[in-house]
Design a protein around this ligand. Sequence first.
Ligand SMILES: Cc1cc2nc3c(=O)[nH]c(=O)nc-3n(C[C@H](O)[C@H](O)[C@H](O)COP(=O)(O)OP(=O)(O)OC[C@H]3O[C@@H](n4cnc5c(N)ncnc54)[C@H](O)[C@@H]3O)c2cc1C
Length: 408
Amino acid sequence: MDAHTPISFDNTELAFKYKNDKQLKRANFLFSLMHKPWLVKIGVKLTPPIIKMGMPVKGIIRKTIFTQFVGGETLEQTAEVAKKLGAYNVKVILDYGVEGKEGEENFDHACQEFIRVINYASTQLNIPFMSVKVTGFARFGLLEKIDTGMKEQGGALMKRYIKALDQLSSGEREEWHRVRHRMMQVCEAAVEKNIGVLIDAEDSWIQDPIDALIILMMDSFNKNRPVIYNTTQHYRTDRLQFLKDCYEASVERNFILGMKLVRGAYMEKERKRAQKLNYPSPIHTDKAATDKDFNEAVKFCIEHIDRISVIVASHNEYSNLYTTELLKEKGLPLHHPHVHFSQLYGMSDNITFNLAHAGCSVSKYLPFGPIKDVIPYLMRRAQENTSVKGQTGRELMLIKKELERRNK
Ligand SMILES: Cc1cc2nc3c(=O)[nH]c(=O)nc-3n(C[C@H](O)[C@H](O)[C@H](O)COP(=O)(O)OP(=O)(O)OC[C@H]3O[C@@H](n4cnc5c(N)ncnc54)[C@H](O)[C@@H]3O)c2cc1C
């Protein structure tokens, strides 16, 4: 494709080429169901307890929502999906999708699982990244305690972090030491195998220690190339400044800043908590403000592309197009090694496959794990896709358009 040809996300033939008619019809059925808010509401409420009780619903889940959004129950099962995507120059970010399992044994297991993913990814052609949730190997309560300690302090992030650690009991300090050790093991494996580690952004009331930990890891491991990436949620009012502060730190300490930009997945939860505990909501008051900050963040990263390696993780057509326009404006190639695009598996194929066709480096975020463990992830996807407005509402329309085209 010529660098001057405008990129369009309307080509549904390209978007859904990797799905046969049966798979596309199944996606049509699923998205039609998800557009019934009452059904999703009931599903989201009842599915987790039904699974817990061991009722025989796994078969239905596997054939529907699981197949749409998840790569498989085991790491090895993701190979088939990765291969299919690879045929269209689409890469994969592997995500060990198990969430909410606490206890030292589970944390150690998750750490070993992350390392196994890294080792596996390094044997595959199109898996350059894996994603990590720090709550996968750190107790939520401990993160919350350190975060509270940090928020009570004034000053720069690292200063607040050190002061907050001083306030921990000796047992908690040892526990935090184990968390850092797990993180270190994952990063060392990633450097050795040349796989990027993307660390997810989570709730704002545990995020400060996660940010501090990641800055330390980048300082150690991102000296020559980006290996460790943090995530900024631009529905938060403070994240654009945070991105700029991280950039300053990267210049001062001479490392490559790895940053995945997202809008943020936990808006309702954030607002509810702020209201309940009577503190100002950290979330922008409207979508336009979130969009503005997200696009500003993209611009900032492209302006400092020598120092920042950015992953534009979004289903927003404008933000993706805007990134490509900025690259063109600056005379940079669409496949610049510091610019990568990503969408969740099962969503916005029109963006992913058209970007790949235009020559961009683009991936699908592909979770895997046993059905019962990926339920929280699946419930988020169902909720996200109930909206009949906005980008997600386009999904059904695009699938229908492609079905019509094939029928003709
Ligand atoms: C590859 C990938 C990785 C991701 N990793 C993470 C992660 O680590 N952490 C995380 O939290 N999320 C993550 N997400 C999810 C992401 O944050 C968004 O929830 C999702 O992508 C929808 O935003 P969008 O940019 O695609 O597009 P859009 O559909 O344009 O935007 C929807 C988003 O806008 C924001 N929004 C909507 N209404 C309002 C309002 N009234 N006021 C203020 N803001 C509003 C919300 O963030 C909402 O999710 C990831 C997404 C992708 C594709």
